[in-house]
Design a protein around this ligand. Structure first.
Ligand code: F6P
Length: 510
């Protein structure tokens, strides 16, 4: 199999590289050929659609034929089936990855378990909305990494018009982060959610203890009764002092950065209500259905992974950029950074062999049009080739004069066109090389269901990339070493290099 994979890469490397102008010149219907619409219907939320346009990338039929062969050689179909059928897709930890089951995609047993856990969460959310825990105006959600980034993105994206509860997501151990949340909240009407899969993460447990102390210091009645735990370690939460009735568990096989769909999504449900939370899951499920059944290049997330592999491995791109032309997706690049870089930033294959090429590119990005006035200079005229994804919604998120949204979309489309076309000039400083790739994700309307769909699209794109590279996207041992050295610094029990020792002494840590 390895020989077949090497042969496909060899073939890919030898294929002539047409320019984007050539590709469009050769095929006037390139937009139709290289774009697709994924449409889905969520009861009560109507029909919504996502247009995926990969025509402004360098993928052509020959490249796609080769990538489809690569997917076959990498046993993509089997890996995908293993993902949805509870197979061990995380071999280094001997685990399945059952986040899909939380939204209805998985084995019957996993889906049933997911439904039961979310029904329990729904009851608590409902009870809180009805005043069972007294007046609740604010929620301080404490978690880090996957226990914070998804909730932060979803709350920010979905509460622009209406929020039932004011949510503050606090992740950093830097006390300033928590102090800021304290300042914005009234302790008498604040709930604390402690979100940690392991319930051992030092940042989260330190912040949780300080938040509980803040409730006590402010004479809140029954401070422990104001704490909810979201975790795969319910015993740990009980030990920490949370009553079982306020512990919302989720399965161990749901990974941290894939956990938005589980009880980690509690702040989202509390802020927008269970109906919108369920719509978010339904949108994700629609993408699961597409990803599970569509073959080869008509599989949207797989096609996106082909483009990712093409640029990273064949064109040497070290980064990929994502620009959402939508304020509601301001936190999407942060979310994608963890999803893609923690999943696929690896140097060995799932079986422990060194990888044969670059793995995850560095994901970065921002919001348009702001980014145009900050970083786009480099995209247009810099020396790095950066594949760009643009994301935008046809329906506006604002209610101001339509000229705002019109300008937003016009700018978005203009950037993709400019990157591709470039512009010749006698003055080198004013010349644009062009032939710079971009992809477009244009959604009908960015509602809760579409947000779920967008996130699930990127989860599957990440998985597909991992399969093509033969790596395990579900472990993250790379984050452990720094954590253990921090513990040694704390205990003073370790040998440190002279630089680290000097810094510790300067900061009074010894
Ligand atoms: O440090 C990495 C990590 O394990 C992430 O994968 C995870 O999302 C985050 O820490 C938080 O972990 P936990 O939810 O267990 O507190």
């Amino acid at each position: 199999m390895t020989e077949v994979i090497s042969a496909v890469w060899q073939r890919l490397a030898e294929l002539p590289q047409a320019t984007l102008a050539d590709l469009f010149g050769r095929n006037p219907d390139r937009f139709e050929a290289m774009s697709q619409r994924i449409e889905f219907d969520v009861p009560g939320h109507g029909t919504n659609g996502m247009l995926l346009d990969w025509s402004k990338t360098h993928l052509d039929d020959e490249v796609l034929d080769a990538f489809e062969k690569l997917a076959d050689a990498a046993q993509f179909d089997a890996a995908r089936e293993a993902l949805f059928s509870g197979g061990i897709v995380n071999p280094t930890e001997g685990r399945a990855a059952t986040h899909g089951a939380m939204r209805g995609s998985g084995t019957d047993a996993d889906v049933e378990e997911g439904e039961a856990l979310l029904a329990r969460m729904g009851m608590l959310v409902e009870a809180i909305h009805q005043g069972a825990l007294g007046e609740v105006k604010h929620l301080i959600h404490i978690g880090i990494g996957g226990s914070a980034l998804g909730p932060d993105l979803a709350v920010d994206a979905l509460t622009r018009d209406l929020k039932l509860v004011d949510v503050h997501v606090v992740s950093n151990i830097d006390g300033l982060a928590l102090e800021q949340a304290f300042e914005a909240c009234d302790p008498a009407t604040t709930l604390i959610a402690v979100a940690s899969k392991t319930f051992t993460t030092i940042e989260t447990m330190t912040n949780a203890a300080s938040a509980l102390k803040w409730l006590k210091d402010n004479d809140v009645d029954d401070p422990s009764g104001r704490v909810v735990a979201l975790t795969a370690n319910p015993e740990g939460a009980v030990e920490w002092g949370v009553d079982e009735t306020r512990i919302l568990p989720f399965p161990e096989s749901v990974g941290g950065r894939y956990s938005l769909w589980s009880s980690i999504g509690f702040p989202v449900a509390l802020a927008v209500g269970m109906d919108d939370f369920s719509a978010m899951l339904a949108g994700a499920k629609a993408i699961d259905d597409h990803f599970r059944t569509a073959e080869g290049r008509v599989n949207g997330p797989l096609l996106a992974a082909f483009a990712d592999q093409y640029y990273t491995r064949l064109r040497g791109c070290q980064t990929r950029a994502v620009f959402a032309y939508d304020e509601r997706l301001a936190l999407l690049p942060d979310y994608l950074q963890q999803l893609e870089m923690e999943s696929n930033g690896k140097s060995v294959t799932a079986s422990g062999e060194p990888v044969s090429g670059s793995t995850a590119p560095i994901t970065w990005g921002g919001v348009g049009t702001d980014a145009q006035h900050a970083v786009f200079q480099l995209l247009h005229q810099g020396t790095h080739l950066v594949p760009v994804d643009f994301i935008a919604s046809i329906a506006p998120g604002d209610e101001l004069d339509p000229s705002h949204h019109r300008q937003l979309l016009m700018n978005c489309f203009a950037q993709g066109a400019a990157l591709m076309a470039g512009k010749a000039s006698d003055d080198p400083a004013r010349a644009y090389a062009g032939d710079r790739p971009s992809a477009m994700i244009l959604v009908d309307d960015l509602d809760a269901a579409m947000l779920g769909a967008l996130i699930a699209f990127h989860e599957h794109r990440t998985f597909a990339n991992a399969v093509l590279m033969g790596i395990n996207p579900f472990d993250q041992f790379g984050v452990e070493l720094g954590k253990s050295i921090a513990k040694q610094i704390d205990s003073g029990d370790g040998q440190f290099d002279s630089s680290t020792s000097a810094l510790m002494a300067l900061a009074g840590l010894t």
